[in-house]
Write a protein that binds this ligand. Structure first.
Ligand code: AHR
Length: 493
């Protein structure tokens, strides 16, 4: 057992932790949309207007605040007009990025907005810059958000939607340094400036425009982009950073059946998120010292080799306790940078990379990552509380990382603390010193062997449980963190 100290100052309230940090990402990729979310109204799988009831219920319960769509790489070859109107006459296309399968466009704008309504989340549309036109994007915004008389609003009404939808979040392009067009930052920034100009605010609908930011640690992209943006035309820039255990795209390592060495590499790799964020923020500060432009980590998560026997273009992977630890580490990082991180979207919500839900026919399971998001729900819209943890860096057979991760927030009279212990062998006791006294607490834990996961035959092997490993006396709490665990503690007056 290792003892470490955690000081928390509830009186030092920081930025509000935007609920959008707990965002998700849906893409026309593999079985994410079709089968995973949308089965169509004629399916035997219980559904409401084609959306799976089991998946929608699970996502609502988890507390999903914002959902990005339609991609990813798919977004830059998506032509929205193919996805509206009578389904039988919708144009089919080839999903060239993801398995070359036929996309029948039966899930389009109206279906996505219906999904967001059912879940109760904000839509985040990712517009096509790579192969689309300024006019196409401009008309999409008009179609969705205008209440005026126009060809686009007439078309929307003809398609059964009288009133405009509310749309706040708009991404202008996706990975335009890669699958979105292999552009140089200067070329993209010029494209951005032009595209955004024709995405109008109709009525009281005000767009929050997100420019395509860097790939991982590419600060040169951020530098050039920021030099050509200003807060009048961009609300945020994005960042994509995936955790690839081996660091090698050609052999990323398996999602299950991994050894301790690969586990340790995964933790080390995922902890790169924080220095990457800080490096980009430092560049952004030079151009935007008043911090008017935020950072949206709108793709993150673990990316492993696909499951054996599945379509390599579908990127289907399982999800273990290791993923839960990764989720906890990253969510704690985003919380701690709540002053600048305006959104984060884990990839992808169902049946792809670090998904919270997996489906197989009519069956559905919740992954360990799902439970972390649900456990962390009280952080949404709470005020960050300053927390300082004693250093827990340790060597794991030549692989060094920080074992314990933490963040804290305050809402009303409650203090909410989330912690994880990534060390697969050692327990920690965290002696928490708080600047205020609390009379009671409720704690939960998610733990297991690093490779434990839920299957369709045993869907409840891993889930969070009430935890009694906390001793509270006034301003002090002793929190025991077993190896490979995520613990949340809600302190009440
Ligand atoms: O998440 C899979 C892909 O990863 C996304 O489509 C793309 O944006 C990124 O490269």
């Amino acid at each position: 057992m290792i003892n470490k100290k955690l000081s928390i100052k509830t009186s030092q309230k920081g930025a509000t932790i935007k609920k959008e940090i707990y965002g998700h990402f849906s893409e026309h990729l593999g079985r994410c949309i079709y089968n995973g979310i949308y089965v169509g109204e004629d399916s035997d799988i219980p559904n409401t207007k084609g959306m799976r009831n089991d998946v929608v219920d699970a996502l609502k319960d988890m507390g999903i605040p914002v959902l990005r769509w339609p991609g990813g790489c798919f977004a830059d070859e998506y032509h929205w007009m193919n996805g509206i109107g009578p389904k039988e006459s919708r144009v089919k296309m080839i999903n060239t990025n993801w398995g070359g399968v036929t996309e029948d466009n039966s899930f389009g704008t109206h279906e996505f907005m219906e999904l967001c309504d059912q879940i109760g989340c904000e839509p985040y549309i990712s517009g096509n810059v790579g192969s689309g036109t300024v006019r196409e994007m401009s008309e999409w915004i008009e179609y969705m958000t205008s209440d005026n008389v126009s060809p686009m609003t007439d078309l929307r009404k003809k398609n059964g939607r009288e009133k405009p939808w509310h749309l706040k979040y708009l991404g202008i392009g996706n990975e335009n340094w890669g699958c979105g067009g292999f552009m140089t930052p200067e070329y993209y920034a010029n494209q951005y400036r032009q595209f955004q100009q024709f995405c109008k605010n109709y009525g009281d609908n005000k767009l929050f425009k997100v420019a395509c930011g860097p790939n991982g640690g590419d600060t040169a992209w951020t530098d050039k982009l920021m030099s050509m943006l200003n807060p009048m035309i961009a609300s945020a820039i994005s960042l994509h950073f995936y955790t690839v255990p081996t660091g090698r795209w050609e052999d990323k390592g398996p999602a299950t059946g991994f050894d301790e060495n690969l586990y340790n590499e995964t933790i080390r790799e995922t902890q790169k998120m924080e220095p990457i964020i800080m490096d980009h923020l430092a560049v952004m500060d030079r151009y935007d010292p008043e911090h008017k432009i935020g950072l949206a980590v709108d793709e993150w998560g673990c990316w492993y080799n696909v499951e054996e026997g599945t379509n390599p273009g579908f990127l289907y992977q399982q999800n273990t306790i290791r993923d839960a630890i990764v989720a906890s580490i990253n969510l704690n990082i985003f919380n701690r940078h709540a002053d600048r991180i305006v959104m984060a979207n884990i990839a992808q919500v169902v049946n792809v990379l670090q998904s919270v839900v997996l489906t197989e026919g009519s069956k559905m399971l919740k992954t360990p990552t799902y439970y972390v998001f649900r456990m962390y729900k009280p952080h949404q819209e709470a005020a960050l509380a300053e927390s300082v943890l004693e250093d827990t860096t340790a060597d794991h057979n030549g692989i060094s990382y920080t074992d314990v991760s933490a963040s804290a927030s305050v809402k009303d009279d409650s203090l909410f603390v989330t912690l994880s212990n990534a060390n697969p062998n050692e327990s920690y006791t965290i002696n928490t010193d708080i600047d205020d006294a609390f009379g009671s607490y409720e704690a939960r834990i998610l733990t297991g062997a690093m490779g434990d996961f839920n299957t369709f035959d045993a869907p409840d092997r891993v889930f969070d449980k009430a935890y009694d490993g906390v001793k509270l006396s006034g301003k002090n709490a002793e929190i025991v963190l077993p190896p490979c665990s995520v613990v949340t503690v809600s302190f009440k007056k």
